[in-house]
Design a binder for this molecule. Sequence first.
Ligand SMILES: Cc1cc2nc3c(=O)[nH]c(=O)nc-3n(C[C@H](O)[C@H](O)[C@H](O)COP(=O)(O)O)c2cc1C
Length: 323
Amino acid sequence: MKTRITELFEIEHPIVQGGMHYVGFAELAAAVSNAGGLGIITALTQKTPEKLGLEINKCKELTDKPIGVNLTFLPVVEAPDYPGYIQAVIDSGVKIVETAGNNPAKWMPQLKDNGIKVIHKCTTVRHALKAQSIGVDALSIDGFECGGHPGEDDIPNMILLPRAAEELNVPFVASGGMSDARSLVASLAMGADGMNMGTRFMVTEEAPIHQNVKQAILNATELDTRLVMRPIRNTERVLTNNAVEKLLEKERELGKNIKFDDIAAEVSGVYPKVMIDGDMDAGAWSCGMVAGLIHDQPTVKSLIDRIMREAEQIIRSRLENML
Ligand SMILES: Cc1cc2nc3c(=O)[nH]c(=O)nc-3n(C[C@H](O)[C@H](O)[C@H](O)COP(=O)(O)O)c2cc1C
């Protein structure tokens, strides 16, 4: 399958693995890239720019295919060493960066001067248009279904993707709720040039996270995610658990007066406890509604091969036969 995304990133299949905190390590990114997709390492999971450089080197030993690095610009008072992380990406020779969380304008000149292609992830058409105007090469359009931060506008992909297609000139991938061949074909039909998956890639053999996390997603249905931190306008879609229900109770009780400190226990420092230790009640961790469509734990290659094989069947048989 050839799309503007496969051409832009020089990959075989139009499938991207989005940056994921404490999931997007070298092993997963390499497995996705080796299978013909685009694997992405998550920069901020690495404590320092030096560690990010080492993680990229490790990934390059595992694959000679294109890989990317996710740079998430967080809404925090004390910003991480972004110049250092960007320099580490440049020094490593990686030529694709996924930006997210905030407008990447400040970093665009340096990224473009170093021949880096930028795919920016956002959740609204207006943010996508802004990103396009500052010169990003592609967009990852994240619908309301997505695991992680869906923003505050709550537009599901059935509307968001065709709206993006109406407005954008640069290629984009559909993100949020994507799991299989049906997702890919539907995304292409709605104007996207490929798809981005987060939660689905967590339940693969190579995802370097605790088996408890994979099992929790396998056990979950589409009814089991919750939106937290909406009162502080930092909405995150997470899998429910005891800590999440406690957090939501606090949000109901404290109402508009709630501050980050009130919920820090349920949202700070949670990822290593969940992803590495497998402590499933440690706090709130991102997970998409697509959990309801995840029923097995394949290798990354068998997942991607299956998606591409079945996408062809849907297009050539199911759709063609309807005409
Ligand atoms: C556990 C987890 C951690 C994530 N961490 C990040 C992150 O650090 N930066 C980022 O830009 N997106 C992050 N995301 C969002 C994903 O890159 C992707 O946009 C999202 O998962 C797509 O929705 P899906 O889960 O329905 O496939 C995370 C998602 C999950 C599930």
